[in-house]
Design a protein. Structure first.
Length: 644
């Protein structure tokens, strides 16, 4: 158990005292600087915050105390103490003012004691009684404040230093203790939308407004009538964000699934109602640990958290979050856009290539997106059948995200390109024709690679990178000395965020094209070639309808992320209802997380097993592989070309 030192915070009044106590916190918890670096705090950052004459930043204190093992409420107390000390140092009191302030407080206390003594209460008893009464008053204020806030969704109170010190207002101009401001324009934590509709950004306001309204309806029956599902994702829009704004589409799709589940045609399928909360790990997922702690604390009533959808991107932080959620007490998880091979129930995503040892299985983690290897097999069949003109390829890849953590999506792409089972390895001209870049190094590395490709006799580039760096790479391919030579970029589903009409893709003197397999292609899903087009059309109609006076743009369907998030939430909702005994449909008996987790592995594509129960997703009818937790479907989407 971690030592928090929160009892000593009241005696801290200066920056020097605060930093001294902060240093003791690391020491008493036996936390080395190396361990801090492993938790995402470089030694240079720690030294800077401790050595400067001013107070450390709120962001640093939050990360530092989390690394020391403190729980969210303890972290909040440290941040409140930081705000109190910062305010006192901003307005220093003179000796005279300090004396007058102390005298004033003494006069107030003495007056209360005299009143109590007049009714024959001894001073020693009155002292303790005043302490108890003060604590009761503060508790009453907190209890009154929190329910009131639920009825004031867009209230933006201005916190006073006294309120911050008392912990009544934590962060982000709300009274939600799970929300923490990590920068001027980003908050992390958990919300059901009733705090503020723009707490995770203005772009999410329409979706969060609708979610808040639906949640108010869902909880009307009181505890026992509803369960909570969290949508975990990097919801910020910082410089290291890899989503390109697509999380807005995700949240909108997740809401449509929540709304549909809570308003079914059959009355017997209406229990329990589903309350949806958004859980933000930060734009680069760096705050996954504190957010997951909040979620684990929500398992008990009244929240009754029973499952998590979304799960972020294919990066190490998401794996760590999944393993923590799978730990006892385990919470079932359904990922929507994670595609890295092995990031599933098997847990082989953590395989050590030197020893061959894999990580432990992540039981309870399933996914609705086709993995990287499945995508490349589809491309391999396309090249053999329809592109005999493409014969050779070089490999361009990275293994890091912009913040330097392992990028499991790009790593999986590289391995799948090199795997003979994908059918693409035969196109690689040699093992030497591989070019590695680090996104933290800026764009010059990609410029150098584009020029080097002129020396290779290739007509394809296997690009194992994110879409966020793809526009720069395409621009440099367009500028290379051999730009008149046609070249095709083969990559993964993340390319769905790539604009289709940039100048570098529309120059006949520098022919460049892209081929990839999307997670969900609306054009194909709505076409006659899709045997499950009715499922997609029903979802599309619901998506573009008005819900609580909020209308989502149909253009948000193009990336496919709204479709996949809907299918992940639909999978969760279906498992919840199947795990609820039918005889309890009118009662307040809730399904157990263990039963929900089991149900996730019982879905089968009826086209594989006649009579089986599958998931009628907007992306098509599918089942779940009981061994791996991967999506299984007879129907597969064809590849997409950009500028063929």
């Amino acid at each position: 158990m971690s030592i928090s030192l929160v009892d000593e915070l009241e005696s801290v009044h200066t920056a020097t005292q605060f930093k001294a106590l902060l240093g003791r916190l690391r020491e008493v918890n036996n936390l080395s600087f190396k361990k801090l670096e492993e938790e995402g705090l470089p030694k240079s950052t720690t030294s800077t915050n401790f050595n400067k004459s001013t107070l450390p930043s709120t962001f640093f204190v939050t990360r530092y105390t989390e690394a020391c093992g403190l729980n969210p409420s303890e972290v909040a107390l440290w941040c409140a103490a930081l705000a109190r000390v910062r305010d006192s140092e901003r307005k220093p009191l003179s000796k005279e003012n300090l004396s007058e302030e102390a005298a004033s407080k003494n006069r107030q206390v003495s007056k209360r004691h005299r009143l109590l003594q007049e009714i024959k209460i001894p001073r020693w008893i009155s002292t303790r009684l005043l302490t108890v009464l003060t604590a009761l008053a503060l508790t009453a204020a907190i209890l009154w404040w929190q329910p009131w806030n639920r009825n004031q969704p867009d209230a933006k109170p201005t916190p006073t230093p006294a309120q911050e010190t008392a912990g009544l207002i934590q962060h982000c101009d709300t009274r939600n203790p799970t929300l923490i401001r990590i920068s001027a324009d980003e908050c992390v934590g958990v919300t059901d939308g009733t705090d503020r509709a723009d707490v995770f950004g203005e772009d999410l306001r329409p979706a969060l407004t609708a979610i808040a309204a639906e949640n108010r309806q869902a909880v009307k029956g009181g505890p026992g009538s509803y369960v909570t599902v969290a949508f975990l994702a990097p919801l910020g829009t910082g410089p290291q964000n890899l989503t390109g704004g697509r999380t807005v589409h995700e949240v909108e799709g997740a809401f449509i699934a929540q709304y549909t589940a809570n308003h079914p045609k059959s009355p017997s399928s209406r229990h329990p109602k589903i309350r949806l909360v958004l859980a933000n790990m930060g734009n680069n997922e760096a705050h996954w640990r504190s957010t997951v702690k909040h979620l684990k604390a929500m398992i008990k009533a009244p929240d009754s958290l029973v499952a998590v959808a979304g799960m972020g991107l294919s990066q190490q932080e998401s794996v760590d979050a999944a393993r923590e959620l799978a730990a006892d007490p385990a919470i079932p998880m359904v990922s929507d856009v994670i595609t890295a091979d092995g990031f599933d129930s098997t847990g082989t995503i953590d395989k050590d290539e030197r020893t061959g040892k894999s990580g432990d299985p992540i039981r309870g983690l399933v996914r609705v997106a086709p993995n990287v290897s499945t995508q490349l097999k589809v491309i391999s069949r396309e090249l053999m059948k329809n592109r005999p003109d493409l014969k050779t390829a070089a490999l361009v890849w990275t293994e890091r995200t912009p913040q330097g953590s392992p990028d499991l999506y790009t790593h999986s792409l590289k391995k799948a390109f090199e795997n003979p089972e994908s059918g693409l390895k035969e196109y690689l001209i040699s093992e030497e024709s591989q070019y590695k870049f680090d996104p933290r190094g800026g764009e010059e590395s990609l410029r150098g690679i584009a020029n080097l490709l002129c020396g290779e006799k290739v007509d394809m580039v296997f690009y194992a990178g994110r879409q966020t760096t793809l526009p720069s790479f395409l621009e440099f391919l367009h500028q290379r000395s051999c730009r008149s030579t046609p070249i095709t970029v083969v990559t993964g589903s993340d390319a769905a965020a790539q604009p289709i009409n940039p100048p570098e893709l529309n120059d006949p003197e520098a022919p460049i094209s892209i081929i990839y397999v999307p997670l969900a292609n609306p054009d194909y899903l709505a076409s006659k070639n899709n045997p499950d087009r009715t499922l997609y059309k029903t979802f599309r109609d619901n998506f573009t309808k008005s819900h609580y006076n909020q209308v989502f743009p149909s253009a948000h369907l193009k990336t496919g992320w709204a479709i996949m998030a809907h299918d992940a939430m639909l999978t969760v909702a279906t498992a919840i209802r199947k795990a609820t005994p039918s005889e309890d449909s009118d009662s307040k008996v809730l399904p157990q997380t263990f039963a929900i987790g089991d149900q996730l592995y019982f879905f089968r594509d009826p086209r594989d097993i006649p009579g089986a129960s599958g998931i009628p997703g907007a992306s098509g009818l599918f089942g779940i592989d009981p061994e791996t937790g991967n999506r299984k479907s007879k129907a597969q989407q064809p590849p997409v070309y950009i500028n063929r």
